[in-house]
Design a protein around this ligand. Structure first.
Ligand code: AMP
Length: 294
């Protein structure tokens, strides 16, 4: 069925309240996105549709989470295609507010999650996670879902939102979902459309270097050795400009013990990369559980 498009907060609240009145045991699933939907987003929507009676999808390019020199103004948009994807994946309500609807006056409230935001994208995009936590908190208050679905492609975002939800006692299950990739391994991203054919080819180095990580850890590498190895692999592509290569415990995102082989870790490890190709910044990661690195 075609989802209903809602642009006003009050109308969205009414639609969800009507669903809850009619379905006292019904559950509401929520998938927040910035649109330009691809199969990664569709996988989140399908998962929600399978687990909840009502699935709310939001499409909102949130100015608060973009830095001054980032791509807010040129973020790709295609409302018609987004609705087709939302519909075939099983969304019931599509919330597409304007910036004025979400921010009718300057915000005087900010949600800041500390520590888990210190490294990785938190370090290279100052203020980014304040923007994310603030808008997701607003959306959570508007939708009041039972479950919310987030992709592990943005693993730090999952850690930040899960922590915010716990810290603020929000009664919402945060459901992490696996990264969906192109057949050749490139993680799907709305930003992939920016890549030139040559950049697209060289961007494969992200997933290819991450695919080697379990073997390198098995060989007994420490954190520093692994980072050097990955950097070397990425630098083999002349158009790749490394923003960061980081290894962190998950979900706390602390530095692992520097002198110990990573295979001895008894907590999950996140190996995360951000690499620029021209104006396009891509991220990817692999999350490894202790049983996978021993
Ligand atoms: P975005 O529209 O980029 O803000 O992403 C919205 C949601 O989709 C976030 O929870 C992302 O982590 C998730 N997502 C984006 N790309 C992928 C992907 N390739 N696989 C799985 N989830 C994804």
């Amino acid at each position: 069925m075609t989802p209903k498009i809602v642009r006003q907060i009050a109308e969205l609240r009414e639609e969800i309240a009507a669903y809850r009145r009619g379905n006292p045991d019904g559950q509401v699933g929520f998938v927040p996105t910035m649109g330009y939907l691809h199969e990664g987003h569709a996988s989140l929507i399908r998962r929600s549709a399978g687990e909840n009676g009502l699935t709310v999808l939001s499409i909102f390019v949130n100015p608060l989470q973009f830095g001054p020199n980032e791509d807010f103004d040129r973020y790709p948009k295609d409302e018609r295609r987004d609705l087709a994807v939302a519909s075939s994946a099983g969304a019931n309500l599509v919330f597409m507010p304007s910036v004025e609807e979400m921010y009718p006056e300057p915000m005087r409230t900010k949600v800041t999650v500390s520590e888990v935001t210190e490294r990785l994208c938190g370090a290279s995009r100052p203020g980014h996670f304040d923007g994310v936590a603030t808008v997701v908190s607003k959306l959570f208050h508007i939708v009041q879902p039972d479950r919310a679905y987030f992709g592990l492609k943005d693993a730090q975002q999952v850690a930040v939102i899960a922590r915010m939800t716990r810290d603020l006692h929000m009664p919402i299950d945060i459901v992490p979902c696996p990264t969906v990739r192109e057949e050749d391994g490139l993680a799907l991203s709305s930003r992939n459309v920016y890549l030139t054919p040559e950049e697209r080819k060289q961007a494969l180095v992200l997933s290819q270097s991450l695919a080697q990580v379990p073997g390198w850890i098995e060989d007994g590498m420490t954190e520093a050795e692994l980072a050097v190895r990955i950097r070397g692999r990425i630098r083999s592509q002349p158009l790749a400009d490394i923003d960061y290569v980081e290894i962190a415990t998950y979900p706390d995102l602390k530095q692992p013990a520097p002198d110990r082989p990573l295979r001895d870790s008894n907590v999950p490890l996140l190996v995360a990369l951000a690499v620029r190709f021209g104006k396009t910044r891509l991220i990817d990661n692999v999350l490894l559980f202790p049983s996978e690195v021993k």
